[in-house]
Design a protein around this ligand. Structure first.
Ligand code: NAD
Length: 503
């Protein structure tokens, strides 16, 4: 099966491609505005079909042994490995991310995740069986929840699809995934790879539709037992409301505004290079990207100068060119949204570098047809200003000074978000304090961005709750049942006297 043959349509239901019944939609390459694929969005009826397919597949899949599910995921890792080059090319075409990122991060990360969950499927954990009451033997079953409705964003389409689907199916659930309408193609490829790996029809279904139509219908669907969502905090609230009305379990991975705290003993060169990489990864369209650098006063000027210099050397260009550091943002609309933050900031802060769409790439190529935006460094913004508090989701870093350690840590915690953060220092006490006091689901020390399959990813505060990746995510996608056996074989049990009669 050619994973890139989307000819039959953009829905993947019960192991088959079909055309959407909804509105036509063009998947656009933001590097030049060309159409990558014409698709038709899913209707609510097709969401119903996908949920029915997932429901029908549930008894067999949840009843399969962990070993059988593990083998299927091992085969999936092999299929994805064979398709790695195609996956990277399509991911870059639909998002505009540099091919070196797709090739070295998105695709191998997804394959590693698949291999991890192939192993994790066989390691569901629970309390030991035992006689906790003296008159009973208790044990715990960790069971699949049912049909999981997953909704994913456009920034890392393949990885986000994998983060949602893999732990769910490793634990025996079946899934209907609704990827972001801008970037459905690698999620469809992932679902087709599942079929190629021998995962039964209906275990993984993809409906590519509009958030308000297919997304809301999926989240509210009475046959969906759990909703897992990755996206903005605003939409996450709406998803939670819809899911609450039918008492579904929810898993929400939402927005971020990661602080990057540089103490005065930090290795300045490491902090500058780290800030540039962590703020520009994926064009800054990364929920954990460094967005607010707080730099202790003695290092502040040198840090700003160092970042500005490296920003100036970033190679913007065709994302398929392996030398390109920064491609376009995901869409023209999103580029204009990012530019809007910067334009408004000019009224109250200083744009040190960037703040404009480039005309020419690093090789002289014309970039005016793409959704490009220069790396942008802002200083002089107040802590309560929009660029410091709001999620810009673009190649924009705001730098603010601080004096005492107390102040730096207080400012780091001073947004509604709490997804990720980093502390830069050579002092063990400072780093321990920062990792303890910063309220975020991940705190790096002297680095910012790396993730690994074995460790959990997820937010605090308005960044949501629930963990992706790692053994912790299997807990999210399973429910725990207590089974209690009487061991006495006594008809008139001692405890009955608390309800009737005497001893
Ligand atoms: P978004 O919230 O606009 O959309 C996310 C998904 O929700 C899309 O599939 C969209 O179609 C769907 N959707 C939109 N409205 C809906 C509705 N009313 N009901 C159901 N579904 C609906 O987010 P985005 O712009 O695609 O992605 C960027 C956001 O995702 C950022 O806020 C970023 O921080 C966040 N994100 C978070 C993580 C994390 O792990 N916490 C990871 C990646 C991205």
């Amino acid at each position: 099966m050619d994973l890139t043959d989307f000819g039959a349509g953009a829905q993947y239901i019960a192991g088959r491609c079909s055309r959407g019944d909804g509105d036509p939609f063009q998947v656009v390459n933001p590097a030049d505005g060309s159409v990558v694929e014409e698709v038709a969005l899913a209707s609510t009826g097709q969401v119903d079909e996908a949920v029915a397919a997932a429901r029908a597949a549930l008894p067999q899949w949840s009843g399969a042994t962990p070993g059988a599910r593990s083998e299927a995921l091992t085969r999936l890792a092999a299929v994805l490995t064979d398709a790695a080059a195609d996956l990277a090319r399509v991911e870059t075409a639909q998002t505009g991310k540099p091919i070196k990122l797709s090739t070295e991060f998105d695709v191998p990360g997804t394959i590693d995740n698949t291999a991890f969950f192939a192993g994790a499927a066989r390691h569901l954990e629970g309390k030991a069986a035992g006689e906790y009451s003296g008159d009973h033997t208790s044990y715990v079953r960790r069971e699949a929840i049912g049909v999981v409705g997953s909704v994913s964003p456009w920034n890392y389409p393949l990885q986000m699809a994998a983060w949602k689907v893999l732990p769910a199916i490793a634990a025996g659930n079946t899934v209907v995934l609704k990827p972001a309408e801008l970037t459905p193609l690698t999620s469809l490829m992932f679902a087709r790879a599942c079929t190629l790996a021998g995962i039964p029809d209906g275990v993984v279904n993809v409906v590519t539709g509009a958030g308000r139509v297919a997304g809301e219908h999926l989240v509210a669907h009475p046959d969906v037992a759990m909703v897992s969502f990755t996206g903005s905090t605003a939409v996450g609230r709406r998803v939670a409301e819809l899911a609450t009305s039918t008492v579904k379990r929810t898993h929400l991975e939402l927005g971020g505004k990661a602080p990057f705290v540089v103490f005065d003993d930090a290795d300045l060169d490491a902090a500058v290079h780290g800030a540039v990489a962590a703020s520009l990864i994926n064009g800054g369209q990364d929920c954990t990207a460094a967005t607010r650098a707080y730099v202790q006063r003695p290092l502040y000027d040198a840090f700003v100068a160092g970042v500005a210099e490296l920003y100036g050397a970033i190679r913007l260009g065709d994302p398929l060119d392996p030398r390109t550091d920064l491609g376009p943002l995901v869409s023209f609309t999103h580029r204009d949204r990012v530019a809007g933050f910067v334009e408004r900031a000019r009224g109250y802060a200083t744009v040190v570098t960037g703040g404009a769409a480039p005309d020419r790439g690093h090789d002289g190529s014309d970039l005016t047809r793409g959704a490009y935006y220069r790396p942008t460094l802002i200083t002089g913004a107040a802590q309560d200003s929009e660029v410091v508090q709001g999620e810009i989701f673009g190649p924009v870093l705001v730098v603010l000074p601080f004096d005492s350690d107390d102040e730096g840590l207080r400012l780091a915690n001073d947004t509604p978000y709490g997804l990720a953060a980093s502390a830069w220092t050579g002092n063990v006490h400072r780093s321990l304090r920062a990792t303890r006091e910063i309220a975020a689901g991940c705190v790096w020390v002297n680095d910012h961005i790396p993730i690994i399959s074995e460790m959990p990813h997820g937010g605090y505060k308005s960044s949501g709750y629930g963990k992706d990746m790692s053994q912790y995510s299997l807990d999210e996608y399973t429910q725990v049942k207590h089974v209690m056996f009487d061991t006495t074989a006594v008809a008139r049990k001692d405890w009955h006297r608390t309800v009737f009669g005497d001893r």
